[in-house]
Write a protein that binds this ligand. Structure first.
Ligand code: 87F
Length: 459
């Protein structure tokens, strides 16, 4: 992968261009994705009503439009890990300095990012307490307590929570924020073989979140020794690619921790032969970064583009009344359409606000990325049909009322698949095979994703 993070890059653009885009709708973005990617991204997440900036740098409000996406992914992942007999739990937000110290070796590199509580009211705390940046040190002392014999294994826990990492470089909503939401799984096994299997099972679930839900193609892989989690044995990840920046983004990680933490936290058990043995551990996480990657990959100059599977509103139904038309008839047809779709399990809503024009509403819901818009005007009413417009490519399709549910379902599936196909094609077009350092540097400057020979040896 060329680099490991998406960056806010790009230069300031001319005012003339800004106006040009805005003029079309009165609502539009002032930055184009291709011209000023970083500014474009900030504008999209705010104007789509996913994010509100907060008065603490690097912290963002997740508005319902974003939270709904997180909940839909959770609705997939949580039952999947429950099928794997992983149980949910919740450990405290605070970490005592003692346990953090215990893990010094690998925490050292991360230490500047750990936030501390030092006061209650005006009084200094006797001992400052850390806010979890991740929960190994919070959880593992209790794994040591709870695991005694081989019958206590495997111990497989997950928690849905927030973590705080006081980042200093380039905060970006979803991608790099000082507080974020994630799930963190922490499992302990009697054997390395069991741990190895789970690492890849979880990685496959992460691939499915990206590819099946967010329609973002990812590459599964094993990190180099330099890039792995220092506290673990090996790290696997799914990596996405942002064509506009030419950067890879780490999408989610699934680590085999080996026995390093078992040693540090004395997580031992008596095996079947009555001998003392150390557990094998894994940890794995995906975070709200997933949403940022999705925005970067699919968004366009009209705003957000949501894959239907994660859109809290999949279909927006907009009445298009004309002066002398049967306005009430149109409104009733819209209501009936929404009801029919909702009954079929499709997430549909209508926009009946009478202080906005249909054109304004089109732009508004395009900005918010709703996959399908249905317009109903006097002609549609007369013909017992509705007109659908796809967010991904702008295509318009007339749908007879009798075929509404089937056609809409088909269209949503097509949009989902098309978003993935287009994203994959764009990514694959960026792949460059290189053999020399000169070629490598050149390809990197051309925002390519590089495939290069790799010896995995340090010199
Ligand atoms: C920041 C401050 C302190 C990352 C940190 O990836 C500690 C850390 O340990 C830290 N940033 N990490 C690595 C996290 C490893 C691991 N934890 C459980 C995961 C998956 C979930």
């Amino acid at each position: 992968m060329a680099g490991s993070e998406a960056k806010n890059s790009g230069s300031k653009q001319s005012g003339a261009k800004k106006k040009e885009v805005k003029k079309e709708t009165g609502l539009g973005l002032t930055n184009r994705k291709a011209d000023n990617f970083g500014e474009w991204y900030s504008e999209v997440v705010v104007n789509s009503e996913m994010i509100e900036y907060y008065d603490i740098s690097g912290c963002y409000i997740l508005r319902p439009w974003a939270m709904a996406i997180w909940e839909i992914m959770q609705g997939f992942f949580d039952p999947e890990i429950k099928k794997m007999k992983i149980k949910n739990c919740y450990f405290p937000l605070f970490v005592s300095p003692g346990v953090l110290e215990k893990e010094k070796e690998h925490v050292e590199g991360f230490a500047p990012e750990v936030a501390w509580v030092t006061k209650s009211g005006k009084t200094d705390l006797e001992i400052p307490i850390a806010i979890r940046p991740t929960s190994e040190t919070v959880m593992y002392p209790y794994y040591s307590k709870w695991i005694r014999g081989h019958r206590d294994l495997p111990l497989k826990l997950n928690q849905w929570c927030n973590v705080v990492r006081w980042e200093f470089s380039n905060p970006t909503p979803f991608i790099r924020s000082r507080e974020f939401l994630w799930q963190e799984g922490h499992t302990a096994f009697a054997t390395k073989e069991e741990a190895d299997v789970e690492v890849l099972e979880i990685l496959e679930l992460y691939r499915r979140i990206y590819e099946e839900f967010l329609a973002v193609p990812v590459i599964k892989g094993k990190k180099s020794e330099m890039e792995k989690f220092a506290g673990g044995l090996y790290t696997t990840s799914v990596e996405a690619f942002i064509p506009n920046t030419g950067r890879g983004v780490q999408g989610a990680t699934s680590h085999c921790l080996g026995q390093n933490f078992a040693k540090m936290f004395e997580i031992n058990f008596e095996n079947e032969k009555g001998e003392k043995a150390m557990v094998w551990q894994n940890s794995w996480a995906y975070s709200t970064r997933t949403i940022g990657v999705m925005v970067m990959v699919h968004g366009d100059d009209k705003g957000l583009v949501l894959p239907p599977k994660v859109a809290s509103v999949q279909v927006i139904v907009i009445p298009v009344p004309y002066k002398d038309a049967d306005t009430q008839g149109i409104i009733d047809a819209c209501t009936a359409t929404v009801n029919t779709l909702c009954e079929a399990g499709i997430r549909a809503e209508s926009d009946f606000r009478d202080n906005y024009s249909p054109g304004w509403k089109y732009s508004h819901w395009e900005m918010k990325g709703v996959p399908l818009r249905i317009e109903i005007g006097p002609k549609d009413l007369a013909k017992k049909q509705a007109r659908a417009a796809r967010r991904d490519n702008g295509a318009k399709i007339d749908i007879a009322n009798d075929n509404l549910v089937d056609e809409v379902k088909k269209l949503l599936d097509t949009v989902q698949q098309n978003l993935f196909d287009v994203a994959k094609q764009k990514r694959d077009e960026c792949i460059e095979v290189v053999h020399t350092w000169d070629e490598f540097v050149q390809a990197l400057n051309q925002r390519k994703m590089i495939l290069a020979p790799w010896c995995d040896e340090e010199v």
